[in-house]
Write a new protein. Structure first.
Length: 228
């Protein structure tokens, strides 16, 4: 059941992103680069075509113009910094929910911008491997486009770039015929904090509450990975 739950979450999140991208840049993927990448991503996630078309169509609804992307920042227990990105049509409901999750799990909601220094805001592209491609050459070429790290992950290449360089990187990749699997914005912690297994279990309960909330798009934190 968990797998289906995750799939539903991915579809909901992508659907909102597609709607917002359509609202901001129009319904034609040919002239809307952000939408073009999201449609590719939806394909890769096996999101039904109907869902994609519905999400595009939804951008013309009067209600959707009220979608706001709001970022909440706070601390969980044990001083773990948490950034919650939301897309909501009712900020009063969302902030009340986010605050209550923090409070119930021994954390507290902070002021906007208070945790920015703890995270690097990056765009992260996942692209298909290509025959005869040298990661080193690719990295050298992409440095001029704002990419600062290139790594392999199975059959994908992952590129990390400056947040503001998103469209230049996308144009380069499309121009060179790379297949883009996904393009996300991530907040990467500059410094990770160690926690005990018991503390991790408590923090994960809080992170799960955020993940389950319909308004929440992404959750980032600076808790170090557990021992494998």
């Amino acid at each position: 059941m968990k797998r289906w739950g995750n799939m539903a979450r991915v579809f909901t999140k992508l659907g909102k992103q597609i709607t917002i991208a359509t609202r901001d840049g129009g319904p034609d993927p040919d002239t809307n680069p952000r939408l073009r990448v999201l449609v590719q991503q939806a394909k890769k996630e096996n999101m039904p075509k109907d869902n994609v078309e519905r999400a595009i169509k939804k951008a013309t609804d009067k209600d959707v113009s009220d979608y706001k992307e709001v970022v909440y920042e706070g601390y969980g227990p044990y001083g773990i910094a948490i950034v919650v990105e939301t897309a909501t049509d009712n900020t009063t409901r969302t902030v009340a929910n986010v605050r209550s999750y923090f409070n119930k799990h021994g954390g507290s909601l902070g002021t906007s911008g208070s945790l920015e220094f703890l995270f690097d805001h990056k765009c992260v592209f996942r692209i298909a491997q290509k025959e005869d491609i040298s990661l080193e050459d690719l990295e050298l070429e992409l440095i001029d486009y704002g990419v600062d790290e290139v790594e392999e992950d199975g059959d994908e290449i992952v590129l990390y770039g400056e947040f503001k360089s998103y469209s230049e990187i996308q144009s380069y990749l499309e121009g060179k015929g790379f297949e883009i699997h996904s393009a996300e914005f991530e907040r990467i912690p500059t410094d990770l904090k160690q926690v005990t297994p018991e503390q991790r279990a408590q923090l994960e309960k809080l992170l799960d509450k955020f993940e389950e909330d319909e308004d929440v798009q992404n959750v980032f934190h600076n808790m170090a990975e557990g021992e494998e």
